[in-house]
Design a protein around this ligand. Structure first.
Ligand SMILES: Cc1cc2nc3c(=O)[nH]c(=O)nc-3n(C[C@H](O)[C@H](O)[C@H](O)COP(=O)(O)OP(=O)(O)OC[C@H]3O[C@@H](n4cnc5c(N)ncnc54)[C@H](O)[C@@H]3O)c2cc1C
Length: 478
């Protein structure tokens, strides 16, 4: 390797790789990144050369790109902060790089000042973060000082064909979705996978039984000396150290149970004569008796003014209305006031009605017809019974009387940039203005996920454990 190394005038190793424009000999070559030097920065000669030879007037469809039919190299953009660069980051970049044959992966990294303003402090300084990215084998080019929000000029200058990000709007101060511009321009997300449709339900199952977080995580380590679990605790005396918007931004899903009568006994309980299934469970702790419910439908109902590709109906409902919780009294033993503000936004009612219509459309299927499935009316005397059955007005009334919360309360200790007045904890889950206090639960979620909240909460807790371990290690180093 040493004989091939040359240094530029700054003393940096100059790559002797063949130019990325070299025609690949086989489709395998497309996927294999060159690894004989760090990736150039956008202003470097190699990157410039690569950019210049791209005919950006040739637009490439995602299908063609994925099928390896693109007539030129496909330029993909990913961005981030990449603090303490780790295998998870590298893996995300690898997935991005290999999603498309003959791709050229450009990675944007935000500088220190912008990151601190929008998100908080980093452990690595910007130069270290840039260099970490340049030395990742999947990266073809680095954009330093990357913008927080993409602009037309930026996309055109870098000739970006596709981006790699999740579909859920990523908020920043002053913007609900920093990727809005790319969606408007129709630039597709190469990592997008359809989350709509039917799927089996995933659950935490251990040895054929549902395993709660307490059973899975806590009980195995409950005897550790450095763990204190304090149940039924009540904080009664604390001086006010910070005035934060705790309790605002209360979000949840809505749910409405529709009940159908059928002409047969259809149950998954153990009264059935299904010996094989029972033996499977008894002997191997597997099979239908080890599962929870059978399936979920995630659906996107067409609503006026929304084009987003993530689901808003799970036959559970993502709502727009936002509630709050606040102290009701100075007495710390008095329960707080919780106001979910349900259905304060009329669109939430329309969404539920379109969900009901979706369920009703199943009545026309062969399977449901064979069961003679009939909707059981929910109206009762003086509760929606005077409205013509099955009209939107009828369902509006039913929803307002009978819909329930989704059990997915989130957002009341919102996480975000220190300078964002709507947040309670910083991106390291530390309560703003108070030392040595973190919040680690569903309340820190910035926005309500489209699906259920248990798994994201566990993910937040796993991340918090990593953050705390890392902070301790850094303290020891220092
Ligand atoms: C009925 C129901 C069904 C659900 N089903 C699903 C599902 O199928 N899938 C899914 O993904 N999500 C589901 N969820 C949502 C999921 O359970 C929550 O999002 C998740 O548990 C939130 O975790 P958390 O740590 O924020 O809060 P919690 O899990 O509620 O944890 C709070 C903990 O604090 C303890 N606590 C409360 N007060 C005190 C006190 N004074 N002193 C000490 N400890 C206290 C509580 O005992 C509890 O252990 C469901 C929720 C409900 C209500």
């Amino acid at each position: 390797m040493s004989s091939a190394r040359k240094r530029n005038k700054n003393g940096e190793i100059k790559s002797d790789c063949p130019s990325p424009t070299t025609s690949p000999k086989s489709s395998k070559d497309f996927d294999r990144p060159q690894v004989c030097g760090p990736a150039p920065r956008s202003a470097d000669e190699d990157a410039q050369k690569e950019r210049d030879q791209i005919d950006y007037s040739i637009k490439i469809s995602l299908d063609d790109a994925k099928a390896g039919k693109a007539p030129r190299r496909v330029r993909i953009y990913a961005d981030g902060i990449y603090d303490m660069f780790h295998s998870g980051h590298a893996r995300q970049l690898m997935q991005t790089k290999i999603a498309i044959p003959n791709s050229y992966l450009i990675v944007g990294v935000c500088n220190g000042e912008l990151t601190q303003k929008m998100k908080g402090r980093t452990v690595m300084d910007e130069k270290e973060r840039y260099e970490a990215i340049r030395h990742c084998r999947y990266v073809d080019e680095l954009v330093t000082d990357a913008p927080w929000t993409l602009t037309d000029e930026f996309l055109d200058y870098h000739k970006i064909d596709f981006v790699a990000h999740d579909e859920i709007p990523y908020g920043a101060i002053g913007s609900d979705d920093v990727y809005a511009i790319i969606k408007e321009r129709g630039i597709q997300n190469i990592l997008s996978i359809s989350v709509l449709g039917f799927c089996p339900v995933q659950a935490n199952i251990k040895n054929g039984e549902r395993c709660s977080s307490a059973a899975c995580y806590l009980r195995p380590v409950i005897r550790r000396q450095n763990l204190q679990v304090s149940i039924k605790s009540h904080v009664s005396k604390i001086p006010v150290l910070a005035n934060l918007p705790v309790g605002k931004n209360y979000k949840d899903h809505h749910s409405l149970v529709l009940t159908y009568s059928i002409n047969t006994t259809l149950t998954s309980n153990s009264n059935q004569d299904d010996i094989a299934e029972k033996l499977e469970y008894i002997l191997h702790r597997r099979g239908r008796y080890s599962s929870t419910i059978d399936g979920h439908v995630f659906s996107k109902m067409p609503m006026k003014g929304t084009k987003k590709a993530y689901p808003n109906i799970q036959i559970e409902f993502l709502r727009k209305s936002r509630g709050f919780l606040k102290l009701k009294s100075r007495d710390p033993l008095v329960s707080p006031l919780i106001n979910p503000n349900a259905f304060s936004q009329p669109i939430d009612v329309s969404k539920l009605i379109s969900g009901i219509r979706l369920v009703q459309s199943f009545e026309r299927t062969k399977a449901w017809k064979s069961l003679d499935a009939r909707l059981i009316r929910m109206d009762t005397t003086n509760h929606c019974d005077r409205l013509p059955f099955n009209t939107d007005a009828h369902w509006d009334c039913i929803i307002r009387h009978f819909a329930d919360n989704g059990g997915h309360q989130t957002g009341t200790c919102r996480m975000g940039a220190k300078s964002d007045p709507t947040t309670v904890v910083d991106p390291y889950l530390r309560v703003k203005g108070i030392r040595n206090l973190r919040v680690v639960d569903a309340s820190v979620m910035r926005n309500l996920p489209s699906g259920n909240t248990h798994a994201p909460t566990v993910m937040i807790a796993e991340k918090a454990a990593d953050l705390i371990k890392r902070a301790r290690k850094l303290k020891i180093y220092k």
